[in-house]
Design a protein around this ligand. Structure first.
Ligand code: COA
Ligand code: AMP
Length: 635
């Protein structure tokens, strides 16, 4: 097995070496992986200026995540614990068993004509088959594209078309707290809507609800798998795509973040040791969903590449059955580090303010709590500190980076924490705070958080099918830097504080959503002339979307009816996860003289924050009208 010894041994040494000698630093981290062909080129730039890590290295990520541990004698160790309070199901899958299931599933995919480079959509709930499906794609060198099960058919169709996916792997249903959600009708609707033809749809039949299979295109997972022979792992180049993960951008169209094999494997293994201080055999639990980046990195690839035991939890922090669910899982499986979104702890705190259920559980093996996905608000931090008396680690990252840009590096020894800060940049990330002209600001001053290029291994290599969007959206804004889209500041001690997005992305219960996408849906209503969607503060979910709509002339519609219709449209086109609960009819939207809607002002107004009126505003009186109306919305 690779050594778990960290070199250089301290955070300052590692940080400075990664900046001064990135190739030496990352070559050393890469040497811990059992490459098929070790890389000789560590970092290179192509003719278009794109950086690539470990270009001539060959590996297979799924083999490294599973088979390598069996060969190293850890076959009987539990790789994956499945715990599903919504179905009362539990299972432990060893590395040996997982290796067999992944190879068999890869054989099933190969029988369906899936080859290296082909895209496969995975639209599945939190069941072991979702993890097996991801790893099976990786084993063949096929590119998986997991779509969160809460997304509506339209969102799935958009992804089928963008990824040009020929095969969909799904399950007959998802199980929510209060209902069963049949997936097959959603998948059928998406396949019908998509322009790209889907050749096969493989459905894992769950006992809670069986799906109807209609044509030769539809196959039952269990049957197709039984007929398949295990497939061998296909070595791929480090720069080949491992997966596409769609995330919200500032336009209505979500973007497919592409992650490579080589840089990703190196970054996952490094971050498991440095950020989470996990050793082989430790139990790690990221309470997220495989549909999000946290699920990709820290339910599936990170823990498995590190030889840990990962927990796949099909439930909620509350109501499955109560606010003690997280503590029950931690105690039952001896979880060493728990990673969840702040919103999950806000939900628990609301139902169990004194954390009585946590105090009653045996949390002796739980060493640290990790939070990310949204800003960790000070009250939640304080509550966790008071009741857990363990390190509470806020860390900041994005779908694009795949691992923490800033964190408290437990593997090098924890640094003193500051409330509200994600602590220090991780080795390989050079954080700069720039003003809108791209000039660095002084310590303590807020600005755009940018990352000096090149980004370390594991970060996005591009936007699927759209290199221009990658350059224009991230790289051209501040030449030489990646623009994160977040605002914040570095204090005089070098601690990073992340304060919120600078664009039209909102964060609802740790889910990143585009207001532009919701605006497209509202704009399609026959009564709506124009609209804006803003995020308003919410105690539980951080932010909630609110629609502000201007009616077409001469349209008369009851506001409650309109609001209900718009809510239904957002649920239909985006999904319930958007938590779009209503729209308000307004007379006008504040705009600049050039016609740009002043969303930031509306957001500040709705949040009760102070704001300055830009000199370019078209009609300042419009703000008074709106303030009155937003006041009503708040009540
Ligand atoms: N499939 C289908 N529908 C889903 C879904 C899924 N996988 N996940 C959520 N939904 C639906 C819910 O059923 C709900 O529908 P409803 O409006 O009809 O009730 C809606 O989407 C909103 O769901 P959710 O955000 O889960 O709200 P909630 O009120 O049920 O629960 C929390 C509140 C805070 C407990 C919950 O949001 C939560 O667990 N948040 C943590 C999220 C998280 O881990 N994010 C990780 C990113 S790192
Ligand atoms: P996602 O790509 O879904 O992981 O969302 C990334 C966005 O979530 C970031 O750009 C931030 O706006 C926000 N975010 C994630 N983690 C943190 C954090 N620790 N503190 C503040 N914001 C965060």
């Amino acid at each position: 097995m690779p050594s778990t010894h960290l070199h250089p041994p301290t955070y300052p040494q590692a940080y400075s070496q990664a900046l001064r000698e990135p190739e030496i630093f990352w070559a050393e981290q890469a040497a811990g992986l059992a490459w098929h062909t070790p890389p000789t080129t560590i970092l290179q730039q192509d003719a278009d200026g794109n950086y690539q890590w470990f270009a001539d290295g060959r590996l297979n990520t799924a083999w490294l995540a599973v088979d390598a541990h069996v060969l190293a004698g850890r076959g009987e160790q539990t790789a994956l614990i499945y715990d599903s309070p919504v179905t009362h199901g539990k299972a432990r899958i060893s590395y040996r068993e997982l290796a067999g299931r992944v190879a068999q599933c890869a054989g099933m995919l190969r029988d369906l004509g899936v080859n290296k480079g082909d895209r496969v959509i995975i639209y599945m709930p939190m069941i072991p088959e979702a993890v097996v499906a991801m790893l099976a794609c990786a084993r063949l060198g096929a590119v998986h594209c997991v779509v969160f099960g809460g997304f509506a058919a339209h969102e799935l169709a958009v992804r089928i078309d963008d990824a040009q996916a020929d095969v969909i792997l799904t399950a007959s249903c998802g199980v929510e707290v209060d209902r069963i959600i049949p997936y097959k009708p959603l998948v059928d609707a998406a396949i019908n809507e998509a322009a790209h033809p889907v050749r096969h749809c493989v459905v894992y039949q769950r006992p809670q609800c069986r799906a109807e299979l209609y044509s030769d295109r539809d196959l039952e997972w269990q049957r197709a798998l039984a007929n398949a022979e295990p497939a061998e792992a296909v070595p791929v180049l480090a720069g080949d795509p491992l997966y596409i993960l769609y995330t919200s951008g500032t336009t209505g169209k979500s973007k497919g973040v592409v992650r490579d094999h080589g840089g990703h494997a190196v970054a996952m293994r490094y971050s498991m040791r440095v950020v989470y201080d996990m050793q082989p055999g430790d139990v790690f639990w990221a309470a997220s969903d495989v549909g999000w980046v946290v699920g990709h990195s820290y339910i599936v690839y990170g823990p498995l590449l590190a030889g840990c035991t990962t927990v796949l939890y099909e439930g909620k922090p509350v109501r499955t059955p109560d606010a003690g669910a997280f503590w029950r899982v931690c105690a039952e499986y001896g979880v060493k580090a728990l990673f969840a979104a702040p919103t999950a702890f806000r939900a628990i705190r609301k139902e169990d303010p004194q954390a009585a259920l946590a105090h009653a559980a045996d949390l002796s093996r739980l060493e640290r709590l990790y939070l990310a996905g949204e800003r960790l608000d000070p009250p939640t931090w304080a509550w966790l500190e008071e009741h857990f008396k363990r390190p509470i680690i806020d860390h900041w990252w994005q779908t694009e980076t795949g691992w923490a840009i800033a964190a408290n590096p437990a593997g090098y020894g924890l640094q003193a924490a500051k409330m509200g800060s994600a602590t220090y940049p991780m080795p390989g990330f050079e954080v700069a705070i720039l003003d809108d002209e791209g000039l660095p600001v002084a310590a303590g001053a807020q600005g755009n958080i940018a990352l000096k290029m090149p980004l370390p291994p594991g970060c996005l290599t591009g936007i699927w099918g759209n290199p221009a969007r990658f350059r224009e959206g991230y790289l051209n804004v501040f030449p030489g830097y990646y623009q994160s889209g977040d605002a914040g500041y570095l204090d005089s001690d070098g601690y990073l504080f992340v304060m919120g997005r600078t664009d039209d992305i909102i964060n609802v219960a740790g889910h990143r959503l585009s207001t532009g996408e919701m605006e497209e849906v509202l704009g399609a209503h026959s009564a709506v002339a124009e609209c804006a969607v803003i995020g308003i503060p919410d105690e539980l979910k951080g932010e909630l979307p609110l629609g502000l709509v201007v009616l077409k002339n001469e349209v008369a519609i009851d506001p409650d009816t309109l609001s209900a219709e718009l809510v239904a449209m957002v649920r239909r086109d985006i999904g319930a996860l958007a938590c779009f609960k209503g729209a308000l009819i307004v007379k006008r939207l504040p705009k600049t003289r050039s016609g740009k809607i002043l969303r930031r002002i509306m957001r500040q107004m709705a949040a009760g924050e102070s704001f300055s009126v830009p000199s370019t505003i078209d009609d300042p009186a419009c703000l008074d009208e709106l303030a009155a109306q937003l006041g009503r919305a708040d009540r």
